[in-house]
Design a protein around this ligand. Structure first.
Ligand code: ZN
Ligand code: ZN
Length: 340
């Protein structure tokens, strides 16, 4: 009897899955994603993928646990739960933004090679916007700082994220891409390449000592550039926000290459314990809460949320921009003068 119920429940799941995928296919063929801006529409479209998502998260967690590269003492299922919930909200947020903004797209693109180039350039712009704000707006830094807490670099850093960071990133990136006309199918393809490259740029020094990748270092964003991004050295702070094509770093003046004479020191400037999970996960929230509590007046309290990390209501700011500028003026100039 139980076996029979199991068979029926499997058949039922398959049917629901089939119907869900069917509705997604229909959506792609018609090019009308408007149903995604309702809860029912999102459920119908992403529902079939949820069991698959859970399996992927369990396998990934098991893989990383086995190779003992997770530096944090996060319990196995807490880790699975966090990544699953984060990813679930992310996919729902992506679907919602597509449904909401598709009709306002400034142009219509299709899936071919030249629109892929256009889509990638737009994607990198949207990634730059999300990532720049994650470093320059204190509240968003609270979400992003978990990724910058590790004091060594290895592939597990790819998975060190506060669970709400993915949804925040995806809302900004998807909205910009869809409004600038990137076709959803194109967007998913770009997200796949971006995710794969985004994981690879966290390759550790034990695997790849010199991560400049030869001549590629002049053309694309290499693991070496991303090591620079993870550095807390004043010279490297808040640079290299792109992911694969670093054109926008070059346009906005945030492009910096790794210097042999300045070895990268990984981590964040706040004194913290990289092996203490609450500190890694909530430490920046606690510091923000503390600053808001002691700030006088509602305006100052609000400014702590939106101003860059290091901003102070007393005027004694210590933002990354100021620390870097001071370093360039005092340390770099004399050094350059002696070498020239
Ligand atoms: Zn960052
Ligand atoms: Zn990173």
């Amino acid at each position: 009897m139980i076996a029979l119920i199991n068979i029926f429940s499997i058949l039922y799941d398959q049917l629901i899955g089939f119907l869900g995928i069917g509705s997604l296919l229909k959506m792609y063929q018609s090019g009308d994603y408007s149903s995604l801006h309702t809860l029912q529409g999102i459920e119908g479209a992403i529902g079939p993928f949820i069991p698959l998502l859970l399996i992927i998260e369990i396998v990934r967690a098991a893989f990383y646990k086995r190779f003992r590269v997770i530096d944090y003492k996060v319990q196995f299922f807490t880790y699975v739960f966090n990544s699953f919930i984060g990813r679930f909200i992310s996919i729902a947020a992506v679907a919602f933004c597509i449904g909401l903004f598709e009709k306002y797209a400034i142009i219509k693109t299709t899936f071919n090679w030249y629109w892929l180039i256009y889509g990638y350039v737009v994607w990198e712009l949207s990634h730059f916007v999300y990532h720049y704000l994650a470093h320059k707006v204190r509240l968003f830094w609270c979400l992003h700082s978990t990724h910058h807490a590790p004091q060594t670099m290895n592939l597990s850093v790819t998975y060190a994220h506060f669970f709400l960071e993915g949804p925040y990133a995806d809302v900004i990136r998807t909205s910009i891409c869809i409004l600038l006309g990137v076709n959803p199918a194109l967007l998913f393809f770009i997200m796949f390449i971006d995710g794969t490259w985004g994981a690879f740029i966290h390759v550790g020094e034990n695997i790849l000592k010199n991560a400049r990748l030869g001549f590629l270092n002049n053309i694309i964003l290499t693991p070496s550039h991303h090591r620079v991004h993870h550095a807390r050295n004043p010279y490297y702070m808040d640079t290299n926000f792109c992911n694969l094509l670093n054109i926008w770093d070059k346009v906005f003046g945030t492009y910096v290459t790794e210097k042999k004479e300045i070895p990268v020191e990984y981590g964040i400037t706040r004194k913290m314990n990289p092996n203490n999970f609450p500190d890694v996960y909530f430490g920046e929230f606690a510091a923000l809460f503390h600053d808001i509590k002691k700030a006088p007046g509602i305006k100052n309290k609000f400014l702590y949320l939106v101003m860059p990390p290091g901003w102070s209501h007393t005027g004694e700011h210590k933002t990354a921009h100021m620390v870097r500028k001071e370093f360039l003026e005092t340390e770099m100039k004399p050094a350059q003068m002696t070498t020239s």
